[in-house]
Design a protein around this ligand. Structure first.
Ligand SMILES: *Cc1c(COP(=O)(O)O)cnc(C)c1O
Length: 635
């Protein structure tokens, strides 16, 4: 890296443009910039200004920041790309997409998507009863679709039929033959004609983390035999005209465009064959799976994708058209259920680094003392051994350290001697490391050195609440300092969270076009906050987190872009995070009882004279204030 650090070097390192999808970049002032509206690429918001305003309003970090304009932009881009491609291709039907709310069920997110999608009759998808109840209340557009997936009971089906009574296009996607056996008598009893979808179990195997969503052993969907049996049953019941949609979903985050093409061929062929035998299908629903380039590598790694949205849409439109034309069937309306692609970019978590954990930090006086153990003097020779071969010096140090450990267990070494050995050991490792060029690492052990010497930056958040997929499935999420990007980051570190769980850490970082075990960040300055952003958290991460260690939901700040406002933005809403008392209540604690009990104990000590009465009142108030407060560190 260049001696004179510039923002180009920062870009090279953190890859903001590569994963930023045009929304995120590094400004000349060294701060992250956001251009949230795809129609106004020159209107940019400075992330540092946003954080400063949040802090000025007295809001504590960590916080989720939502850029509603990004959400709107993504809805517009997807719908307009389909519309344009359909026009260019001479495709004879329309695109009518739905947003699967499981990806982010936050009311404000769903409302914004519905509002932005209105001109395109963009609808919603639900996969459970509570989701269905939400979409019944929020998707009121009679021209938009409501697609209902997931396993269903009688209540689920009845609620769907209620939607039909309200003249909504509710499509009940049949996952199992038995659902249809339940639906037919119910619909007849209520006198409501259902719109039926059929979910096909696809033969194409997707790759990556969600490969199980397709293939013979997939959890969802109907085999060809089952589909034909369903067609027979519908015919017999005189309901074949209700079969409107063919659905498939081969898995989320499809990283390889070839799988998309294969799935489209299979699905379109099945659609055509069903139409030919008289099933009056009007819609072909290609499910979700449109990927996000989280790691910025544009590759087929699990956290990336090797195609653009334009390419995806073209493959769908032209792929379906070609097969329908060959089979001489009408072009179906195209439905997709992209969730990740709509929401991932719009939110991020901003937090602060609250401390540094260093192996090399503690120092002990290592001057020789009379009668010290031979292991100590051996190690001291290595401290002065800069002329040794680095590998040999490293091997010797590691071996002395191991022997010292054995000796300590046998009671041979004193505490002082152990502290000396430890200090010298880390000093030697640091010296070896700094004498080496990063590019010329030859020995694997020496590569490990970097990992051993990396600091741990203690970050005020919980992986389990805010980045569940990094822990559960090794997903990469970009993490970048909010500002100081015009300064060379000199500290190699990994990010650990504040839960008491050793799994509570990020283990994969974007470093250039590679994925590293640690990442360079800036050194912490006394008395100055160091803010980092974890980006692309809007899909799944926002809503899937749990309360491990009782860390609750984060405070949310909703930002709108407005070029008349200073800084081109304003805070539209602040949704407070879960207080300690709310989190405790979900675990069945009665916080009133807790406060009373603690107060009683304090009063007892006051009566005994151990605590002054005035102090007692203060302690009582303080406990109550903490119950009402945030679950995260206040810094
Ligand atoms: C999860 C899911 C989706 C959303 O997938 P994305 O990859 O987020 O677009 C769509 N349809 C179904 C049936 C799903 O289960």
């Amino acid at each position: 890296m260049a001696e004179n650090w510039t923002i180009d070097d920062a870009e090279e390192l953190y890859g903001v443009n590569r994963w930023g999808a045009g929304y995120f970049s590094i400004g000349a002032n060294g701060s992250i910039q956001i251009a949230p509206n795809h129609r106004l690429p020159d209107v940019t918001i400075d992330m540092k200004d946003v954080v400063d305003e949040i802090l000025a309003e007295g809001i504590q970090l960590p916080a989720v920041i939502r850029f509603h304009d990004i959400l709107r932009s993504q809805v517009e881009i997807l719908n307009e790309t389909f519309a344009k491609t359909i026009e260019d291709a001479g495709y004879n039907a329309r695109y009518i997409g739905v947003f699967p709310i499981k990806v982010n069920q936050m009311r404000e997110v769903v409302e914004e998507i519905i509002d932005a999608g209105e001109p395109y009759d963009y609808g919603l998808e639900a996969g459970s009863k509570p989701e269905l109840m939400a979409v019944l209340a929020y998707n009121e557009n009679p021209n938009a679709l409501t697609v209902l997936n997931g396993y269903k009971d009688e209540d689920y089906l009845t609620l769907a039929l209620l939607g039909r009574q309200l003249r909504r296009k509710m499509i009940i996607v049949i996952e199992k033959y038995s659902e249809l056996e339940m639906l037919i008598p119910l619909a007849k009893k209520l006198g409501v004609e259902p719109m039926i979808g059929l979910r096909s179990k696809m033969m194409v195997r997707s790759a990556g983390k969600w490969a199980g969503s397709s293939g013979d052993r997939a959890k969802f969907g109907l085999s060809i035999t089952e589909i034909l049996n369903i067609v027979e049953l519908l015919k017999k019941e005189d309901m074949l005209h209700c079969a409107k949609l063919l659905h498939f979903h081969i898995g989320s985050q499809m990283s390889d465009i070839r799988k998309v093409k294969e799935a489209v061929s299979e699905g379109a062929r099945l659609y055509a064959k069903l139409v030919q035998i008289g099933v009056p299908l009007e819609y072909l629903d290609i499910g979700g799976g449109l990927g996000i380039d989280y790691d910025g590598t544009s590759s087929t790694t699990d956290s990336s994708r090797n195609y653009s949205t334009d390419e995806y849409v073209a493959d769908v439109v032209y792929g379906v058209k070609q097969i329908c034309d060959l089979e001489e069937v009408p072009h179906p309306n195209l439905v997709s259920e992209s969730g990740r692609a709509i929401t991932a970019h719009h939110s991020c978590v901003v937090t602060n680094i609250v401390g540094e954990i260093k192996n090399t930090g503690a120092q002990f006086d290592i001057t020789p003392t009379e009668g010290e153990h031979i292991l100590v003097s051996n190690m001291r020779e290595l401290v002065n051994g800069s002329d040794m071969h680095p590998q040999e010096r490293y091997n010797d140090a590691a071996s002395f350290k191991q022997s010292a450990y054995e000796a300590f267990k046998l009671g041979i070494l004193s505490l002082d001697e152990m502290a000396k050995l430890d200090t010298m050991y880390w000093r030697i490792l640091s010296e070896i490391h700094s004498s080496l060029d990063r590019e010329s690492f030859v020995f694997q052990e020496l590569e490990e050195l970097e990992d051993m010497l990396a600091s741990q930056y203690l970050c005020n958040f919980s992986i389990f609440q805010s980045a569940a997929d990094t822990w559960a499935i090794g997903q990469v999420l970009p993490i970048v300092p909010i500002n100081r990007l015009d300064e060379k980051p000199e500290v190699r570190c990994s990010i650990v969270d504040i839960t008491c769980d050793s799994d509570g850490k990020l283990s994969k970082y974007i470093e250039g076009t590679e994925i590293s075990d640690n990442i360079p960040m800036h050194s912490l300055r006394k008395g100055e906050d160091y803010h980092v952003g974890m980006f692309l958290t809007g899909a799944y991460q926002d809503v899937m987190g749990d309360m491990h260690n009782l860390f609750g939901r984060l405070t949310e700040v909703h930002i709108y872009c407005h070029d008349d406002e200073p800084g081109d933005f304003y805070i539209e809403e602040v949704v407070p995070g879960t207080s300690a008392e709310k989190v405790l209540e979900t675990m069945q604690y009665n916080t009133d009882f807790m406060a009373k009990t603690v107060k009683k104990s304090i009063d007892r000590e006051v009566r005994k004279g151990h605590i002054a009465p005035r102090e007692g009142v203060k302690w009582t108030d303080y406990y109550e204030k903490c119950l009402a407060g945030s679950t995260y560190l206040k810094v």
